[in-house]
Design a protein around this ligand. Structure first.
Ligand SMILES: NC(=O)c1ccc[n+]([C@@H]2O[C@H](COP(=O)([O-])OP(=O)(O)OC[C@H]3O[C@@H](n4cnc5c(N)ncnc54)[C@H](OP(=O)(O)O)[C@@H]3O)[C@@H](O)[C@H]2O)c1
Length: 335
């Protein structure tokens, strides 16, 4: 039975520091290939907010311990079950939450259906970050298009999903009200050409959001934070607004929603989950989106910002670097 070097999480720990320092590299046995399985020699895998939530035991996915974290990554298919042998030698990007062992490893086995074949021109770090965030941004923006929005609001606006949402919005002439939590992030977005940037840590933020969202008639917000800011969004956006909650970065329960805003303001709060979005797409539709996104990345129109790469053995430094400044870009583990 083949073995692989992997990052191993011995147990969940709500304390992020303890969760991180508990991570070690070690050997894991790889199971035999099942029908439709591919064996991928991993080249790169990012650290995402969902990975941080997972190692703390605060995510929607519960695995038997010890477990190998990592929900996304890219590499070359080295072996495959006979029914998917055509993938051998191909570079793929994958997004998997259900499998026992994750992508933070030298080798990773998954169902071929979880893989996107990567175009040759795509840089490996971009391929590693292809399968979650660009699709999430595409899908979120599609919800705004369906509602016919000319303007939208988004928080965690210095993050990578938000960056991609801005790209899709720019292409369609949709205005974006960006919400960040630090002054330096305001300045960075303004110097990158963003017209509307609010700082949620500033006094008077709710009033500014109210005025600007009403002025621009922004009827949709993408909320990656949850907690109190969800209440601020619902309470201050115009009548008929939707708030789409797709992340829980605050780690807090939603708070402070004025019931009257929901009842008489005809406002809606609902969730977005990429897994469910993928599940209802047929293979051709999904492939069409995958081609469009890859072509945009190759053309330089869509990019995941990468701040640094680390080896699997440097996992503790890698996660520390990422959580110190998530806005600086993704940290990628290189196989
Ligand atoms: N529902 C889905 O299917 C789906 C799919 C993809 C992503 N997501 C979620 O989308 C969110 C964004 O992911 P990403 O990859 O774009 O993140 P990212 O690039 O790693 O950046 C995270 C951003 O959020 C900010 N942030 C972190 N904690 C915050 C808090 N408590 N309050 C306000 N801002 C905070 C960070 O700012 P600092 O630099 O100041 O820390 C940073 O700008 C995550 O929650 C992720 O899990 C959900």
């Amino acid at each position: 039975m083949k073995k692989t070097k992997s990052v191993i999480l011995p147990a969940y720990n709500r304390n992020i520091i303890r969760a991180i320092i508990g991570l070690k590299t070690g050997e894991r046995k790889l199971h035999d290939l099942k029908p439709n399985d591919v064996l991928i020699k991993m080249e790169a895998a990012p650290i995402n907010p969902s990975d941080i939530a997972f190692i703390r035991g605060e995510y929607n996915v519960d695995k038997p311990m010890p477990a190998v974290p990592g929900f996304e990554g890219a590499g070359i298919v080295e072996d495959a079950n006979p029914n998917v042998k055509g993938l051998i030698g191909k570079r793929v990007s994958c997004f998997v939450q259900g499998d026992n062992d994750g992508t933070w490893a030298e080798y990773f086995i998954t169902n071929a259906d979880n893989c996107i074949v990567i175009k040759d021109e795509l840089a490996i770090e971009q391929a590693a970050c292809l399968s979650i965030n660009p699709f999430t941004a595409y899908a979120l923006f599609d919800i705004a298009k369906e509602k016919g929005c000319d303007s939208i609001v988004q928080n965690a606006a210095s993050g990578q999903v938000a960056e991609s949402v801005r790209v899709f919005a720019r292409m369609e002439g949709v205005k974006v009200i960006n919400i960040v939590r630090k002054q330096e992030q305001v300045e960075n977005l303004k110097s990158a050409g963003e017209e509307f940037v609010l700082n949620s840590a500033e006094e008077g933020f709710a009033k500014q959001l109210k005025e600007l969202s009403h002025e621009l008639n922004a009827l949709m917000a993408f909320d990656a934070v949850g907690g109190e800011i969800t209440g601020v969004l619902i309470n201050n956006m115009p009548v008929g607004s939707d708030v789409v909650l797709y992340g829980g970065l605050s780690g807090s329960d939603i708070a402070g929603i004025d019931s009257l805003e929901i009842i008489f303001g005809n406002k809606k709060l609902y969730g977005f989950d990429l897994n469910k979005w993928i599940a209802v797409k047929n293979r051709d539709e999904f492939q069409e989106v995958a081609n469009e996104i890859q072509n945009m990345i190759i053309a330089g129109d869509l990019t995941t910002k990468i701040q640094s790469s680390f080896s699997l053995d440097d996992i503790v430094s890698a996660i520390r670097t990422y959580i110190k400044s998530m806005s600086a870009g993704k940290v990628v583990l290189r196989g």
